[in-house]
Design a protein around this ligand. Structure first.
Ligand code: ADP
Ligand code: MG
Length: 231
């Protein structure tokens, strides 16, 4: 049984439709979608130990099946540069999460490498009642959320279609390099779209997938947040 099948069946057994970030990122790895390195800590000391193994700076995030938008819950702390900072971030995140939703089950805190700032893109999939698995591409931040500058294709897509999704969005010139920002690795972004296409075609019970954001570099990409919701 593949790792992805095992993760999805386990969520079903537990009656969960929302996969945890750890689970979604493990699936990404199986589908050759690059993600930040990560370890799930259950207490402050573990978080400090994992941070040392991963290397500073690190990011800490709440892991809870009941908290989908982690930032809204004060559940994301970036750029932590010492074990002391990691320890206090751990308890702060738990405290914030409890204040946000006192009934939320907290699985732990995810320690991950802090990906350098870059152009952020979003790759998503939604299962449309009419068209089935549909892929989405856009640039991060205001482009998708405010300007709705996105491209859609029905899955599965070819590499040419994946590239066309990118050139279609109005913000595309930003990917080609702008003032001081270097051009992004368009081929690596296309690979993320293609691998996402493969994933949602293999698992028709994925209702929603969100890689938001994916950091796009001059060479390569890194997914810093992944969310998968089952039917
Ligand atoms: P959520 O979308 O659930 O609020 P995210 O995991 O997307 O939480 O984190 C919020 C923001 O923090 C991201 O959009 C990104 O800008 C930044 N971020 C999160 N994880 C990392 C990371 N590992 N490295 C760098 N930046 C990150
Ligand atoms: Mg996010």
């Amino acid at each position: 049984m593949s790792g992805t099948t095992r993760i999805i069946s386990q969520a079903r057994i537990e009656g969960r439709k929302v996969l945890l970030e750890t689970e979604a990122k493990t699936i990404c790895v199986e589908y050759r979608i690059p993600v930040t390195s990560f370890s799930l800590a259950k207490n402050e000391s573990e978080a400090a130990k994992f941070a040392e193994q991963i290397g500073f700076p690190v990011v800490l995030k709440v892991v809870s099946p009941h908290i989908i938008h982690k930032s809204d819950a004060g559940g994301v702390m970036l750029n932590l540069n010492s074990t002391g900072a990691v320890r206090s971030a751990y308890s702060k995140i738990i405290e914030n999460a409890k204040r946000y939703d006192s009934t939320a089950q907290i699985v732990g805190v995810l320690v991950q490498e802090m990906a350098p700032q870059s152009t952020e893109v979003i790759v998503g999939a939604i299962k449309d009642s009419q068209f089935g698995q549909t892929l989405m591409f856009g640039l991060g931040g205001i482009f998708v959320e405010l300007l709705k500058d996105v491209a859609f294709r029905i899955a599965p897509v070819t590499e040419a279609e994946a590239l066309a999704m990118m050139t279609e969005v109005k913000a595309y010139p930003l990917l080609k390099g702008y003032r001081n920002s270097p051009p992004a690795d368009v081929k690596a972004i296309a690979d993320v779209i293609l691998n996402t296409s493969r994933l949602v075609m293999d698992y028709p019970d994925i209702k929603e997938l969100d890689l938001n954001p994916v950091m796009a570099y001059e060479k390569g990409v890194k997914t810093v947040d992944a969310r998968i919701i089952l039917e």
